[in-house]
Structures are given as C-alpha cells and as structure tokens.
Ligand binder design. Structure first.
Ligand code: PLP
Ligand code: TYF
Length: 390
C-alpha cells in the first residue's frame, strides 16, 4: 500500500537548520527557525530549568502514569501568569496539559469540531505555516483573510474587520496573543478593543495562540490583550506554549485552556478534552511540565526564570533597535515585537541571501531576530541592499 503514497514537502523552516549547519563560512548568520539565541549564538538551557532538573533528579520518586490531563498542578500554576491573579472568569476556565502549543492547537481544533461541526476558523495571513494544516487535518474548515501588507508592514485592519463582520455566529477566530509569527506585527490596544467588540457583537469564539508570552514587552504586557478579551466574551480557547519562554522546545510543553459560557459546562469540556487527548497521545510527556511546575512552585526558581526571560526579551528588542539604527528603511523593525519580522521578498532573494551572503532566513523573508548580534546589523543591511531589498 505504501507505494500509493505521494511524497510530501519537508518543513522548509526545519530544513534550514541542517542547511545552516552544513555551511562552513565563518560569517554566516542564522535568522531561520524560531528559537532564542544568546550573545554566543547558543540556545541555552535556562538557569531555572537546570535548577529544577537538578531538584527533580534528586526528589522525583516515581514516573507512574498521571492520566490524559497530565500535570494539573502545572496547568493551575500557569493560570495566574496567563490570566492574572484572580480574574472574574476563573470558575469558567478549565485546562489540560498538551504536547506543546501544537498539541493544544490540535486538541482545541478537535474540540471545536466536536462541539460545533459547522464552525469555521478564521485565519489572518500570513500566519505560522502549521496553523492551517493543523486545523484542516482536524476537519475544521479554514477561512483565510489578509492580515498584513508586507510591503508597507501595516495591519490591513479593514480586511480584519470585514472578515470578522461577515463571519457566522459560532465561528472561531485564531488570534496571536502577542509576538505575531511571522510578522512581529501585533494589534494596538485600540485595535484589540475593536476586535473584542466585533467578537461580542457577532458572537464569535476567539482561539488565542499564546506561544511567546514574555518575549515581546514582558509577561504582563504580553498577556493584556488575552485578558481583555476573556473579560468580556462568553467562550474562548487558549493554546499556550512554554517551549519558548522556558526554552524547553524539544520537551514539548503546553496547555489548552477553555473558557465556557456557564460553570455547568466545565465538566463536559473536561471530559471531552481528556477523551480527545486519549485518542491522540494518551497522556502528554511529563518532564518539561514537571520542570515548569517545579519552577513555579519555588519563589527562588521563579525569580531566576523571570529575570532570565527579561534578559532574553531585552536582547531581542536590542537587536531590533540595532537593525532599525543601521537603516532607516528598517525602522519598522523596532516597532514590532517577538522573535520575528517578515520582509517583503521573493523566494529567490531569500535563497540569494543564503548563497551569496551566508544569511539564513525563511524562504518567505521571515527573519528570527534572536539569531543575530547587534554587531551583525551592518552586514545584514549591506546584504539586503545588495539584493535589492532596501
Ligand atoms: N504557535 C506559534 C505561533 C508558534 O510559533 C509555535 C512554534 O513552535 C507554536 C504555536 C507551537 O509551539 P510548540 O513548539 O510548543 O508546539
Ligand atoms: O516558526 C518557528 O520557527 C517556530 C518553530 O514545524 C517551528 O515556531 C517551526 C516549524 C515547525 C515547528 C516549529
């Protein structure tokens, strides 16, 4: 039967990792896959994570099954960080541990499909390339609309308003909670307010993807739009990832939270999430979530984590400032947030930047700004000029 299969393209972002490794030119710069890098170009294990792993090594006395919900103390301890100290909607909130934010997106999509088979999901483009395939493969129809104009680096807000205004009651709207991937362009608070109004007026359900909390303007600021929306809508889903802000990538740490209209619906949602987890992965992997729980249970480790996350955030924003200072044509980069910025360029240009200049970015023109040092800004600007991007 396998001879009937067609080959499928590899993930071009992940393919860049290997291409960069194979390049032996000394000045090469990796702006490809979205991982944080420090001043030495490394993606380190965070200090608090090392401390928590040490603690777990010494104290963990069993690895017996926890169940499809995973580590519920992990799920609970993350809540105040995401939703604030005592939000009025706490009683209507239920969460489950998932394998990364990706697992949360998949589980959320399946839950939506089970609850409302006629729902569509609205997705602004460009978006993270895995969004549409994850939703479609869960049989949740995707309706795309234009979110950003890369030439002007501006949100197409009229297009966003049109898409939400013409959606049907019960449709779902995917929103990047902060640090938009791939553009770094987040809505202003004024725009978030308008979106919140539209969600309420048209009875739409927000599905918030929060994969970079703390890497934009800080933990609190990055959660502000999510909290504002949850304060007023009836129902919502939040796909959370700890893989970037705890540097746990390959450990696959995430959670799906669902806010229901009525407290009475919590039990139904809980049992459906557990049933869907069972048929997908049975139970989520433990180690990464145990690390996050251990950090959040300890004041000392939490303080270490917050301090290092802040250093990371400042470094990325410093790189943004360095690029903006190196060319007035890149001034917009200092106004964007998170790891990414997406220049408007052809695939051929992105390939030429790799081949002729050793500057690796996604074929789409997306750059991971954590991959550079401030001192690289001039070389990046010179290469962009040489290829006609500026
Ligand atoms: N959502 C966005 C926007 C992302 O960039 C990522 C990155 O991987 C994810 C979700 C998934 O995160 P995870 O690695 O935790 O699955
Ligand atoms: O967008 C990125 O680079 C990160 C990492 O299939 C990533 O979100 C990229 C591709 C992929 C999974 C994760």
């Amino acid at each position: 039967m396998f001879d009937k299969l067609n080959s499928r393209p590899a993930d071009s972002l992940l393919a860049l990792i290997k291409a960069f490794q194979a390049d032996d030119r000394p000045g090469k710069i990796d702006l490809g896959v979205g991982v944080y890098r420090d001043t030495m170009g490394r993606t380190p294990v965070m200090r608090a994570v090392k401390a928590a792993e040490q603690f777990l090594l010494e104290t963990q006395d069993s690895k017996k099954y926890l169940g499809p919900e995973g580590d519920l103390q992990f799920v609970r301890l993350l809540q105040p960080i995401i939703f604030g100290k005592s939000p009025k909607f706490t009683q209507r909130l239920v969460g489950i541990q998932t394998p990364g934010g990706s697992g949360a997106l998949r589980l959320g999509a399946e839950l939506i499909q089970a609850a409302n088979p006629s729902a569509k999901i609205l997705l602004g483009t460009p978006s993270w390339p895995n969004h549409a395939p994850i939703f479609s493969s869960a049989r949740l129809p995707v309706k795309e609309y234009a979110f950003v104009d890369l030439m002007s680096q501006q949100v197409k807000f009229e297009s966003v308003v049109d898409a939400l205004s013409s959606a049907r009651e019960g449709d779902v709207v995917l929103l990047h909670g902060c640090c938009h991937n791939p553009t770094g362009i987040d809505f202003t608070m004024e725009q978030w307010r308008r979106i919140t109004e539209l969600l309420v007026t048209h009875r739409l359900v927000p599905f918030i993807d929060l994969a970079y909390q703390g890497l934009g303007d800080g933990l609190e600021q990055d959660a502000a739009p999510t909290r504002m929306i949850l304060d007023v809508v009836d129902e919502a889903l939040i796909a959370y990832s700890c893989d970037k802000n705890f540097g746990l990538y390959r450990e696959r740490v995430g959670a799906l939270y669902v806010m229901t209209r009525n407290v009475d619906d919590i039990g139904k949602v809980e049992s459906n999430m557990a049933a869907l987890a069972r048929v997908n992965w049975s139970m989520p992997p433990d180690h990464g979530a145990a690390i996050v729980r251990t950090i959040l249970e300890s004041e000392e480790m939490s303080a270490m984590w917050r301090a290092e996350l802040e250093e990371m955030c400042l470094r990325v924003n410093g790189n943004r400032a360095a690029l903006a200072a190196a060319s007035p044509d890149l001034a917009f980069i200092s106004r964007q947030r998170g790891l990414f910025s997406n220049l408007s360029m052809s695939r051929e240009t992105a390939v030429a930047l790799r081949m002729s200049h050793g500057i690796y970015m996604a074929d789409s023109g997306r750059m991971n700004l954590a991959g550079m040092q401030p001192a690289d800004a001039d070389a990046i600007v010179a290469a962009l000029r040489a290829e006609g991007c500026l």
